[in-house]
Design a protein around this ligand. Structure first.
Ligand code: AQP
Length: 344
């Protein structure tokens, strides 16, 4: 086995309510990366069960994320699409990383604090060690690039720390196995574009989230045209006109959010959006955003619904994807076992 090749890995949790933030922050980037890289996209069902999931809903949501990937333009023939639990090397490598990562590192993870809230004693051990499994997801393929939304930046930094510590702890054994520059690459986060952190439509200081109890806080990828337009119409805003320059969006989180969404959907910069819409009122900007969102998201939602009617097709895509994923992850894990000193 030689040096890691440039390879993209990323995942989405099948926890329901797949939304515009997941689409703009992650899935559209996944689609873009296919042109330049070999890509592996995973429905991370092992991550999903770090909080309770109804088994039937988990299976439905796993198929729904897969349908979203395909409907958005991910090519499962040229690249790899699968669900995490079908490839055992993720969990096996995660155990080794549980023994590499330090408690102090995980104690600093803000997402655990947010998700566990005041009841951390009662949260699952899996929720706490979630970032170690994420490092295993990426490094089981020795992936080099990881497109994610802004909220995953801290976890990506931890993945790099784990890769680095593994390379240092086992440096001698890694050299003996024939690797001159360490075994794992330090994966790079790819966080860019005008919508790396899409905010809630009800509160511009909170990220748009699957678990927000208010459906009006987000656009779901399966929303129809009426629902999309209604949610944008009801989105919280301030009374001022839109500024002509991005600086004018400072301290206006709701306005900044809607302009960022418009720019991302249109495939232009925030500057360009403000050149066209600066000086206008929300009463005219919101209908323009609604038309654009319906034009871009409507066909994806329709295609997802069409695919969801054919479970066998989706399950077949995941099965083939898992077979392809195992051909990469299994030899990597065999090398890890050798490096660690496990008898094989
Ligand atoms: N609001 C967001 N803006 C931009 N990107 C986002 N992502 C999530 N929310 C936003 C990105 O979507 C990818 C998949 O996320 P995930 O499903 O694995 O996990 P998540 O971050 O927990 O998603 P949610 O919607 O926020 O769920 P809950 O409610 O459970 O917390 C990731 O690349 C993520 O950055």
């Amino acid at each position: 086995m030689t040096k890691p090749v440039p390879r993209v890995f990323s995942g989405v949790q099948p926890t329901g309510n797949l939304h515009l933030g997941n689409y703009l922050g992650a899935i559209t980037r996944f689609v873009d990366m296919q042109k330049s890289h070999a890509c592996i996209y995973c429905v991370v069902d092992l991550h999903a069960i770090t909080v309770w999931q109804e088994p039937k809903e988990l299976a439905h949501n796993t198929r729904e994320v897969t349908a979203a990937f395909l409907a958005a333009g991910i090519d499962a023939d040229k690249h790899i699409v699968f669900n995490q639990s079908q490839v055992p090397q993720h969990a096996e490598l995660a155990w080794i990383f549980n023994c590499v990562a330090r408690m102090g590192w995980l104690n600093r993870m803000t997402q655990f604090k947010e998700k566990a809230g005041k009841d951390s004693e009662n949260s699952s051990v899996g929720l706490f060690s979630y970032p170690n499994l994420m490092a295993a997801d990426i490094l089981a393929y020795r992936a080099t690039h990881v497109p994610v939304g802004e909220d995953q930046k801290q976890h990506l930094e931890l993945s790099r720390d784990i890769a680095q510590k593994f390379n240092n702890d086992f440096a001698k054994s890694i050299r003996e196995a024939g690797y001159e520059d360490g075994f794992f690459p330090l994966p790079e986060p790819l966080i860019s574009g005008p919508a790396t952190r899409v905010m809630s439509f009800k509160d511009g200081t909170k990220k748009m989230s699957k678990s927000d109890p208010s459906d009006l806080s987000r656009i779901n990828l399966t929303d129809d045209a009426d629902a999309i337009a209604r949610k944008i119409r009801k989105a919280k805003t301030d009374p001022d006109a839109l500024p002509s320059e991005p600086d004018g969006l400072k301290d206006r989180p709701e306005a900044a959010n809607l302009v960022g969404i418009y720019a991302a959907l249109e495939g232009e910069s925030v500057e360009q959006t403000l050149k066209t819409h600066g000086g206008g009122q929300f009463s005219s900007f919101k209908p323009a955003l609604a038309d654009l969102a319906v034009a871009k998201l409507g066909p994806i939602g329709e295609e997802m619904n069409r695919m969801m009617a054919d479970k066998a097709y989706i399950d077949g895509v995941l099965k083939t994807g898992a077979e392809k994923a195992r051909t990469i992850a299994a030899p990597v894990y065999e090398e890890v076992k050798k490096i660690v000193g496990f008898i094989r």
